[in-house]
Design a protein around this ligand. Structure first.
Ligand code: ADP
Length: 430
């Protein structure tokens, strides 16, 4: 072989070697990208970035510096083999450091003679006892926004290359997106935990407040009842008004307590086999005075034979009370509220039909959400806390049933249906 041919063969071998190395780096880059996209913990992610960075660049240390919006400077988020607490204390000025320059110009940088380059920010080297011989750094971009810089220092042999700068640029943008996602997720988790904490405080407050309110309220209820019975004339009607107001307050307190229990998932349902018509009728008796006072006529149409259901009696009575109270509250004087109980396949169906203000069709589902009321001005006109139907729905679902509303729209009256599974009896099987 001539010396020229030997030289060419040597060059070819070198090229093949470089090509193989580049291919290996690309394969590793793909692995890193895939892993970056799947990591959600910010600390683990930063650790992975610096470890895979040092490996792929074959250098002594890699650092991730993130821009601190508040202090308008870069700060070390992670760095190889260095104490994160110490590094966090080192301010990296935007104006007087290579990282700052990469950040502001948004351009990668490669410095292979760091000792003589005045731009190298010396304080890091002094703190970390790792003097910088050479340096490679790229901006971390998400779209138009630069969130920080990744730097590698001290190539183990020789200097950093242009190809490595390209590799680090790809890692930089992938890492930026991954860090951003992980940070978003962890702030979401933090916000969720804070909300859960606040929610617990709210629930505890409601539980304590309603418990404390109940004792004086029972005294008011008891004495106004006596007064109503014993007093004569005007005094008796005053006592009746106090009694009605106190009963209303009791419903509000019960609603708050019930919603709290249902929300916390603490609700135990104590079921027994009962005749549904009896429970419905108890609720009717309780609202009769309110209906009479308002001039709303209550009519009943119960299926004759008793419908046996396996239910928590008090809870289902609460559902009937909430729906009936609403029907009366949202109906004008001299209208009728029709109540019926019948069967619908394997279910018992309670229906309450009123001729009141009606419900806009697109709100028929929303009214079952907590604190939802159709219109603000109605809140002032009709009172209520927007809890009655949310409680009714939660209780009905706990019983394996369903509740829904129908209406032709505003001014066209409303109908509420409640379905409850029939208990397995010979009667119900008919
Ligand atoms: P509230 O106690 O505030 O009425 P509910 O959960 O019982 O809360 O009801 C939520 C909202 O649904 C009411 O504020 C009202 O806007 C609407 N609504 C419920 N029942 C009726 C009805 N029979 N007729 C018209 N609107 C109703």
């Amino acid at each position: 072989m001539t010396s020229e041919a030997a030289k060419q063969t040597g060059q070819l071998v070198d090229q093949i070697f470089i090509l193989k190395r580049t291919l290996g780096q690309f394969a590793r880059l793909i692995e890193i990208s895939l892993q970056l996209n799947s990591m959600l913990d910010p600390d683990e992610l930063l650790q992975f970035i610096i470890e895979s960075g040092t490996e792929i660049l074959e250098c002594e240390a890699v650092s991730v510096l993130l821009f601190d919006e508040g202090e308008k400077r870069l700060r070390f988020a992670a760095s190889t083999d260095l104490n994160p607490d110490e590094l966090a204390e080192i301010p990296v000025p935007i104006d007087n450091s290579v990282a700052g320059m990469i950040f502001t110009t948004n351009r990668p940088e490669l410095i292979n003679d760091a000792f003589s380059d005045p731009r190298i920010y010396k304080q890091v080297g002094e703190t970390s006892s790792l003097p910088t011989r050479n340096l490679i750094g790229v901006p971390m971009n998400i779209g138009e926004r630069t969130i920080g810089v990744i730097e590698g220092i001290n190539k183990k042999s020789g200097g950093f290359t242009k190809e490595e700068l390209d590799l680090l640029t790809v890692i930089g943008s992938q890492a930026a997106v991954a860090i951003n996602n992980a940070n978003l997720l962890s702030s979401l988790k933090r916000a969720y935990n804070e909300l859960t904490e606040v929610d617990k405080i709210k629930s505890d407050f409601i539980a304590i407040a309603s418990h404390e309110l109940r004792t004086p309220l029972n005294i008011i209820l008891g004495y106004s009842e006596f007064l109503k019975e014993d007093a004569k004339g005007e005094l008796s009607s005053h006592a009746e008004r106090v009694l009605t107001a106190a009963q209303h307050m009791r419903t509000l307190i019960e609603d708050m307590t019930n919603m709290n229990l249902l929300e916390m998932g603490n609700t135990e349902i104590k079921t027994s086999k009962v005749t549904l018509q009896e429970v419905v009728h108890e609720a009717v008796k309780e609202v009769q005075t309110i209906a009479d006072t308002k001039g709303v006529h209550l009519t009943r149409d119960y299926r004759k034979d008793p419908l046996e259901v396996q239910i928590d009696r008090d809870m289902i009575k609460r559902v009937c009370l909430n729906v009936l109270n609403n029907a009366i509250r949202f109906s004008p004087k001299d209208t009728t509220v029709k109540l019926s109980v019948k069967t619908e396949q394997k279910f018992a169906q309670i229906s309450v039909v009123d001729q009141g203000i009606g419900i806009p069709v697109d709100e028929l589902e929303k009214i079952f959400e907590e604190f939802y009321q159709v219109e603000d001005h109605r809140t002032r006109r009709f009172g209520g806390m927007g809890l009655g139907l949310a409680i009714a729905r939660a209780i009905t679902h706990l019983h394996g049933g369903r509740i829904w509303a129908e209406s032709g729209g505003a001014g066209k009256g409303s109908t509420f249906h409640i379905l409850l599974p029939l208990a397995a009896t010979k009667e119900n099987a008919k």
